[in-house]
Ligand binder design. Structure first.
Ligand code: SF4
Ligand code: SF4
Length: 981
């Protein structure tokens, strides 16, 4: 056994010890009371959750409540009996308020539950031992009620230099620890050794005041017998040497900095009671169900220390110690310096109750009337925390909380030394307690409002993430479609010459699985975090936030690895072109063009936003991403365009289609000719009846009509000849048509690029003007020249286009009337485009107007303009997509047969329904969003209604999600329908 060095701390006082009274009698064990009152909040964190219900029979040591959060604790039945009630009862707390308690009626049998000690604790994983201690309900028994396993977990925040066992027990009257050391010396030393093993501490010191000679002797004996390296430090009696920070300074010479914890300077402290509880739990499997408590004071005939079951009412103990009600002036839980007055003796003993002081009037006279501070400075000299108590008093009285905090009010350990020495009898500690609780209340209110804000932000982020994910999936689906089509066609060559190594594929598969697992873990953690935020489990939020960040990092790293893996080698278009089917390729081309148009519209919108918020970095990133997407989509379009052109050159179905069309046309001609014959026959009949002079001319007409009908009939009698003729004509005309389509396509792309260039340059010039740049500065920038270039290019292209539209197209037998219809359609499309653009401008203008009028987001959402804007943008996107799509109508036969008209009418009807449904869903989405915005605002202003508002938000979000999914499907169907048409 070694003796440790002793240092000193600032301040301190020497009040009368009054410890001898309670040490006259041996340790007492009171009888069972008629009921045990077990508060669910005996520790620092959230109240425990009851596991029992009224009427349940429980055994001694059985778990009756479990922890409810990081700083919460387990609770066990102190004896066997029946759960009589779970209700609010007065508890031992300075507030004098009630709390939820489990009421246990003892059956008197003291029947233990099956105890499961940790016999091989040295060989068990330390984390499991800590979890076991948590389940045994062990908390710090020195006063704060901090769960022991949490304190032990945090011991390695910094390298542990000192493990201190607090046996100082400096407060007057209290001798519970003294008695515990005397009675359970070996258990204490064994408990210390167990904790020493758990925290891997080399330097263990027991700090004990020199007014406990019997306990010191007992300790020395056991330590010597065990040849222990644990040191004992006997410190001089001075109040408050048992304060954690003061004892650390006494034994190590180190000062715990303001606002920090002992673990921050590599020190861990445990109370002797906690060490014995750890020993009993590990070696006997006994949970924390009793404790040593001092019963003392002049109002008790038999002051003594007792080992008392938790939940025993104080009145039962007063009776046990022969209290004299007439003498009883003040009943205090704890000591005279740091304890608090009990309003009722019905309150129970809890895990942190170390003393009941039943004081007489003479012993603790009522405090003298408070007088004005005379600035004597005695309080400052006595303060062990080196504070300025008179300054703190001033700030407390004037409610200058910030200044009080700035003067380290929270370093005050409420020892009462300042009040004790104050010649003006100022109850300084009462002032500090009140100020501290006011600050805490304000902090809690802030935390609550922060949490509400965080919940709101988290929900918003989640919604945005979901929307982005949905959008990404949609784009991925569209992008994947062409590759799928080509993959299928490339399957044969791929088999013949496999290029991707199996290892890469395996790795890729494994990484994909890992990514999926990481995503699922992240989602789970985010959900837990959200729950913790909603339930305001402040202590869990930080730890979950850290876990979420870690998981996000892990996921990002996996995704990074996956992206670095080589992808399958692209299969050349040339290889597959010959085998490709022209129709699916055209479909993909159309889809890709719709993508280009949609991304273009989004980009336009983002650029517009950027002019309003030019410093928005996030927006700039978004624009960069969309620009990259646009480039990729444009590349896809040109690749697919090339494939389609190649297919068209090699494939044969087109002439066949033309031949079939020619046959159809001949049939119609024959039918018309027959009808003409009939008409002329009728006319001839009438002319003959009235003997008209035109009879001969009509007979001539009839002859000609009959001849034409016969010729057509004859031709139709041999359809193969018609088909062959038509095929050869069509095959001759086809290359010219394809070449035109490519040229038109290229010019349209060039036009779009030139227009975008003009717009970009114009926007940037506008931006410079808004930034206050003058003409010279603007001219010195790159944008005027870029604008000029783009404008020239655009003008040249438009001229080229105009010249071409006035040039008669290459005509074939069927293409001349088709060209007229194309010109009409193009004109109509241009008008539609102009209307759509005007619609966008109008809607944007009106939204801006609403913003200028000071309308908020939800009011704007609720107006008609956002809906109109979306509609106009979609219309424009569809029209632009149509414009860039090769005009299949160029080669379509112009004759609209009765069948075709009927077909088009049949298609128009469902399309109208679809459009109406889309409109309906968009309105539903806008309404749901407006509703969510409103609810979120209500949530911020009325946090007390949080539960019901959150429920409403959840159900509205569900509605919104369903509407969004439905809308997506509807738009998809509409796109398909338009494409098929
Ligand atoms: S001890 Fe009392 S009177 Fe003296 S300075 Fe402090 S508060 Fe004022
Ligand atoms: S109660 Fe606070 S201010 Fe007063 S002496 Fe103790 S630590 Fe200092």
């Amino acid at each position: 056994m070694q003796t440790a060095n002793i240092f000193s701390f600032h301040g301190g006082i020497h009040p009368p010890e009054n410890k001898a009274q309670s040490l006259q009698l041996p340790l007492g064990r009171p009888s069972l009371p008629s009921e045990l009152i077990l508060p669910l909040g005996q520790h620092i964190g959230q109240s425990s959750r009851p596991l029992v219900k009224v009427g349940d029979k429980v055994l001694k040591g059985e778990t009756i409540a479990i922890n409810n959060g990081f700083l919460s604790s387990f609770l066990h039945a102190p004896t066997s009996g029946t759960i009589a009630a779970i209700e609010e009862r007065l508890i031992a707390h300075p507030s004098g308020l009630s709390d939820l308690c489990i009421i246990l009626t003892p059956d008197g049998n003291e029947t233990w539950t099956t105890l499961e000690p940790l016999n091989n604790w040295q060989n068990i994983c330390k984390t499991d031992v800590l979890a076991y201690l948590s389940e045994m309900g062990i908390i710090g028994m020195g006063g704060a009620g901090f769960p022991t396993q949490v304190k032990l977990q945090g011991a390695h925040k910094n390298p542990l230099t000192h493990f201190i066992i607090n046996a100082a027990e400096c407060e007057p009257y209290i001798t519970a620890d003294d008695m515990l050391i005397r009675e359970k010396t070996l258990e204490l030393v064994l408990g210390i050794e167990m904790l020493q093993h758990l925290v891997e501490a080399d330097n263990v010191i027991i700090g004990i005041e020199d007014n406990k000679p019997t306990a010191i002797a007992a300790l020395k004996t056991v330590l010597t017998q065990r040849n222990s390296k644990i040191q004992i430090a006997v410190v001089p009696t001075k109040y408050p040497s048992g304060g954690e920070k003061q004892l650390i300074q006494l034994l190590t010479g180190k000062e715990v900095p303001s606002g920090q914890y002992p673990a921050d300077i590599g020190v861990l402290c445990q109370n002797v009671g906690t060490c014995v509880a750890v020993h009993d739990a590990i070696t006997q499997g006994k949970p924390l169900i009793s404790r040593f408590t001092t019963l003392t004071g002049d109002a008790l005939k038999s002051p003594q220390n007792v080992e008392v079951l938790l939940g025993t009412p104080v009145e039962h103990l007063l009776e046990y110690a022969d209290s004299e009600p007439k003498k009883l002036s003040r009943l205090i839980m704890g000591g005279p310096m740091m304890g608090y007055t009990l309003d009722s003796a019905a309150v129970p003993i809890v895990k942190t109750s170390n003393c009941i002081l039943a004081a007489s009037k003479k012993e603790l006279p009522p405090p003298a009337p408070e007088q004005a501070c005379i600035r004597c400075g005695m309080c400052e000299q006595a303060c062990p925390a080196s504070l300025l108590p008179q300054q703190l008093l001033w700030f407390s009285k004037s409610q200058e909380f910030e200044k009080a905090e700035h003067h380290n009010l929270f370093d005050c350990i409420e020892c009462g030394a300042c009040s004790y020495v104050c010649p003006s009898s100022i109850p300084l500690v009462q002032y500090y307690r009140h100020t501290k609780s006011s600050i805490r209340e304000a902090r809690e209110a802030n935390v609550k409002s922060d949490l509400a804000k965080q919940r709101f932000e988290a929900r918003k982020a989640r919604q945005e993430a979901e929307a982005a994910e949905k959008e990404a999936k949609r784009l991925a689906r569209q992008k994947a479609a062409p590759s799928k089509a080509t993959e299928t066609k490339k399957a044969a060559p791929a088999k013949a010459a496999p290029t991707a190594t199996p290892t890469t594929n395996d790795e890729s598969k494994k990484l994909k699985v890992d990514v999926a697992i990481a995503k699922s873990k992240l989602k789970k953690l985010q959900k837990q975090l959200l729950e913790a935020q909603e339930n305001e489990h402040v202590e869990e939020i930080n730890s979950l936030q850290l876990q979420v960040t870690d998981q996000e990092k892990a996921l990002a790293s996996l995704e990074d690895q996956l992206s670095k893996l080589p992808t399958d080698a692209p299969i050349s278009v040339a290889d597959t072109a010959a085998k490709a089917n022209a129709a699916p390729a055209n479909d993909e081309l159309k889809k890709a063009k719709v993508d280009v148009a949609l991304i273009g519209v989004k980009l336009k919108k983002l650029h517009k936003q950027l002019t309003e918020t030019p410093d928005d970095e996030e927006l700039k990133d978004k624009i960069a991403t969309f620009e990259a997407d646009l480039k990729a989509a444009q590349e896809t379009v040109s690749k697919l365009g090339a494939t389609a052109a190649s297919n068209a050159n090699t494939a044969t179905p087109e002439p066949k289609a033309a031949a079939s069309d020619e046959l159809k046309k001949r049939k119609i001609d024959a039918a018309i000719a027959k009808a003409a014959v009939k008409k002329v026959e009728k006319a001839l009949k009438k002319a003959e009846e009235i003997n008209a002079p035109e009879i001969e001319a009509i007979r001539q007409q009839l002859q000609e009509a009959q001849q034409r009908a016969d010729d057509l009939e004859k031709a139709l009698a041999n359809p193969e000849t018609v088909m062959q003729k038509a095929e050869s004509t069509s095959a001759k005309a086809e290359p010219a048509t394809n070449l035109d389509a490519d040229a038109i396509k290229k010019r349209k792309i060039d036009l779009a690029i030139a227009k975008a260039g003009v717009k970009k340059a114009e926007k940037n010039i506008l931006l410079l003007k808004e930034q206050g740049k003058d003409e010279a500065e603007i001219n010195a920038s790159e944008w005027p020249s870029k604008l000029k270039e783009a404008q020239d290019k655009l003008a040249a292209l438009e001229k080229e286009q105009a010249a071409e539209t006035t040039t008669p197209p290459v005509t074939t037998e069927a293409s001349a009337p088709g060209a007229n219809i194309d010109a009409d359609a193009a004109k109509k499309r241009k008008i539609d485009l102009a209307i759509a653009k005007a619609g966008i401008k109008k809607a944007e203008k009106n939204i801006q107007l609403l913003k200028d009028q000071g309308k908020d987001e939800s009011e704007i959402e609720a107006s008609e303009w956002p809906k109109k804007l979306i509609e106009a943008q979609q219309k424009l996107a569809a029209l632009e997509a149509e414009e860039t799509t090769p005009a299949t109508s160029v080669s379509t036969p112009v004759e609209k047969t009765v069948d075709a008209v009927a077909d088009s009418e049949a298609k128009a009807e469902p399309e109208m329904d679809l459009a109406n449904q889309i409109k309906k869903e968009k309105i539903a989405i806008a309404l749901a969003k407006a509703q969510i915005n409103k609810l979120n605002k209500r949530l911020e202003s009325s946090p007390e209604e949080a539960d019901s508002i959150n429920q409403e938000i959840a159900s509205t979000e569900q509605r919104l999600q369903s509407a969004e999914i439905l809308l997506e499907k509807l738009i998809h169907s509409q796109t398909n329908m338009q494409e098929n048409r």
